[in-house]
Design a protein around this ligand. Sequence first.
Ligand code: COA
Ligand code: ZN
Length: 304
Amino acid sequence: MKLPEKVEVIEVCPRDGFQNIHDLIPFDAKVRIIKKLAEAGFKRIEAVSFVSPKAIPQMADAKDVMLAVKETLKEHGVSSVALVPNARGVETALECGVDELTYVISVSEKHNLANVRRTPAESLEQFKALIGEYGDKMRFRLALATALGCPFGEEIRTERVAEMARFGLELGCQEIMIADTVGMSNPARTHALMSALVKEFGADTFVMHLHDTRGLALANTLACMELGVHKFESAAGGLGGCPFAPGAAGNVATEDVLNMMSEMGIETGIDNDILHEAIELIEADVHAPIVSHMAHLYHKAPCR
Ligand code: COA
Ligand code: ZN
């Protein structure tokens, strides 16, 4: 099996992991967790989303959180990433000096309407306008949600995913994120989509965002690596899920991804002990079960 020698793991727990937690996480706890994650060696951390607080109440303090962690991220050489759905989000990100923005559009029409209250075509037009206006001030990446399965049963065609990726790249995006938002894919399906995309756009273009709802996220990760894809998002503790996607569960856990990579001799640059210190902070302050394999082994916690 030919695999990349190193991979980039992008930590998204503070955004994707926290957005789905019902109880508000104290501001200080969010800051503490993000600062600890910053010490672990990630090159990028998606720390917040600047979205409507009515849509995601947990992110109501996102601006203050970003301002509080920014210096620490910088000191550790970590680029800050924020998810935004509109111009207001971009403006806030600019005020905070965020390094990179994730703009999310679902391939599925129904999911895009549920998530951002507009059609994918409207989102694409808005994205074009945002890049036109802010593209020289900000690095944008386009995230294609539900690219590997729609929670509302819509068929996702490879050609449509490719078309949307092409649209983003032609606008000047350097990266396209491919999300299995609800963890519906399997290695064969993932391989089929990604081999078409890699063939047309190259492996460097893609960042994978794989949820582990059905336990297949690591298998899907490996299917991508066999195609040379080497950038993966994951969440410490396996937290995560989109509140507007029925059935969505956690992201693949960062500690499980790290374990798989290190067991295969693949470099990530991440300090496993510091990552587990961050997971302990998450366990202490975030009301969500830690669902990963490695957190249980590491802490010798009983099975839950
Ligand atoms: N930051 C802060 N507040 C925002 C905002 C932003 N980026 N965008 C909108 N708002 C506020 C508006 O000011 C308005 O507040 P008000 O009612 O007090 O005046 C309210 O949110 C609704 O704004 P509106 O422009 O009418 O948006 P909408 O109701 O049509 O919702 C989105 C559209 C995109 C803003 C909303 O659906 C959203 O934030 N979705 C994100 C979902 C998400 O994060 N999903 C998980 C990640 S994939
Ligand atoms: Zn997600």
